[in-house]
Ligand binder design. Sequence first.
Ligand SMILES: [Zn+2]
Ligand SMILES: [Zn+2]
Length: 247
Amino acid sequence: MPHPPISTTSGVEVTPLCDAVGPMGPSIARPPAELFPGSGLPDEPWVLHFHCYLIRDAAGRLTLVDTGIGAADSPVSSWAPVPGMLHGELAAAGVTPGEIDTVILTHLHGDHASGTVSDGRPVFENARHVLQRAELDAARGRMLDEIVTPLKAQLHVVDGDAEVAPGIHVHATPGHTPGHQIARAGELAMTGDLVLHPVQLADPAIRYLYDEDQETAARTRAEMLAELRAERAILATAHFSEPFHRL
Ligand SMILES: [Zn+2]
Ligand SMILES: [Zn+2]
């Protein structure tokens, strides 16, 4: 079932693209109490949604936030429910990959960026791909070789906060990865892995096992959520079952 879109007060439409739904595979799965220490979550498998977001502004320009888990041979095929359904979701929204003007990659984890390249070629052939400098500098292994390198000519590298398309901003939110970023469009905040589970909204200090720098991630999460709460933003999350959460 597709998740319905939402419209911002500034006339921007944001559509969740549900790339996949499933539990983590055995290579990285842990009991929720280990993934989120101190959360008191029950000992049942955590079923993640994997959301990308399509932003259509009032002038019809298209921005995609994250590109999902990718094909069957994706770098995350050992644990994510590949292949991703992004292309079917885009088609259902009436969009072809060539029409995307801007791709924002929140970070270079394989469940957020693997759909960027297929058979060694950029999928969104006409798009600039926005990435934080710190994320690019930290790229290694298959994500560097198979995803970043083929994109070279289309990368739009930013350092910190920036407006990357008319009315669309990115904000550096380090911790989960060194160059993690969130995207903003009006009152919407596409939060990537700033928050992984709803339990962290009630207590942003609850850590996530796979945050690369847990202390920085917890501090960033607390600060950014306080900011977003003060402006009554709407979160568009990557992994919650319900894509939108009004703070
Ligand atoms: Zn979903
Ligand atoms: Zn991640």
